[in-house]
Design a protein around this ligand. Structure first.
Ligand code: SAM
Length: 355
């Protein structure tokens, strides 16, 4: 069967495997809210969702940075199938000039899903990337070295003989394949949860915000702190003084920072005597109860900014997400910005910034 190359415009978004229905519901709701006509195509456990629309210009009315359940997104232009394993790149190279007339890209990103069917494609993605990068540069379609001021060319490998091709603006998110940051666990970190807060600070804040909003000597509270991963990130990496609220014990490496005070209190009752710069919260509780407490902190001015987790229920997770974020928006009593994302290090939960 010869290769088939079809023009197909869609938002193509990678997500956590199993969360395709949530991302499809979110895309449907946000696109409808932006007056976009189209439909979401999702298959459970594949690790991606497509929202098929009419044209790139029409789809671009959506800002993919708003998406909570997408790790990364690009605007798909082409769908290629039936590719010959001996010549996967030929049909692609032939179709690129018509799909992106006159476009020179700053970076090439070949990705695959973070799912059972997607992960085995990683070495093929690497090999195709190496071959294609050289060829695109030779033809002048890609800058000689990575350039984040220009659009990126994205290729999503769906199987050994099928791929989607699209483009993304660098402002839509960092150039992490599949939206997955490569963070290494620190040997002193009290828990793997530390990576979750590290990722949240990278994904939910800009570089400038991180520099100005997290300074040595600032004060924070960590609700549900034990064994101390999040407190340790704030203290060890940012030199922030932390009140760590939890009945459970803190790891020695957290206490050894000298910047963490352990308070055996109930995170739903305790509040600081004086306003703090930050409050972070990783308490395992019903999301609506956590959302209500976060809104109280913001309304009372006990903290200026917050990062917290909402553990999602088994069903109707998109509905519950909206319910919690609406509650915070309406009950915090001031105009706040909410940014939410299901991070790579999040499982059945999302992480929210409020400030
Ligand atoms: C997922 S763990 C937190 C992990 C921590 N963020 C870290 O990085 O190591 C959840 C913690 O919330 C605490 N927790 C649950 N309900 C709480 C409450 N009402 N008050 C204080 N802590 C609570 C639990 O004791 C548990 O240690």
């Amino acid at each position: 069967m010869p290769a088939s190359v079809t023009e197909q415009f869609a938002w193509f978004s990678w997500c956590r495997s199993g969360f395709e229905p949530e991302l499809a519901a979110e895309l449907q709701a946000r696109c409808a809210g932006s007056g976009l006509h189209g439909y979401a195509r999702a298959v459970r456990d594949l690790g991606f969702v497509q929202y098929i629309g009419e044209s790139a210009a029409q789809l671009e009315q959506l800002d993919p940075r708003q998406l909570i359940f997408a790790r990364a997104s690009f605007l798909q232009h082409l769908h290629l199938s039936g590719l010959d394993p001996n010549d996967r790149l030929g049909p692609l190279l032939e179709s690129l000039p018509d799909a992106f007339p006159g476009q020179r890209f700053g970076r090439l990103q070949i990705e695959h899903a973070d799912s059972d069917s997607g992960r085995p494609l990683s070495s093929l993605a690497r090999a195709l990337g190496n071959a294609l990068r050289g060829e695109l540069r030779r033809r002048g379609w890609l800058d000689p070295s990575d350039n984040d001021r220009k659009p990126r060319l994205h290729i999503g490998l769906l199987s050994g003989n099928e791929m989607v091709v699209g483009r993304a603006q660098s402002a839509w998110g960092p150039a992490w394949p599949g939206g997955i940051p490569r963070l290494r666990s620190h040997p002193d970190a009290p828990s793997r949860s530390a990576l979750k807060l590290e990722e949240a600070l990278l994904v939910l804040l800009t570089d400038t915000e991180r520099e100005t909003w997290l300074k040595p000597g600032m004060r924070a509270a960590d609700l549900g702190a034990a064994p101390g991963g999040w407190s340790w990130v704030l203290a060890h990496k940012h030199h922030v003084q932390v009140s760590a609220i939890d009945n459970g014990p803190l790891a020695d490496s957290a206490l050894a920072t000298g910047l963490i005070t352990h308070l055996r209190e109930d995170g739903f009752n305790w509040h600081p005597a004086k306003p703090l710069e930050w409050m972070v919260c990783d308490m395992v509780e019903q999301p609506i109860r956590v959302a209500d407490r976060m809104a109280t902190w913001l309304r009372e001015g006990w903290c200026r900014r917050s990062i917290f987790n909402l553990k999602l229920p088994m069903k109707k997770r998109w509905d519950e997400t909206q319910r919690c974020l609406d509650l915070i928006q309406h009950q915090s009593g001031r105009s706040i910005e909410l940014r939410a994302r299901q991070l790579y290090h999040d499982r059945e939960e999302i992480t929210v910034f409020a400030g």
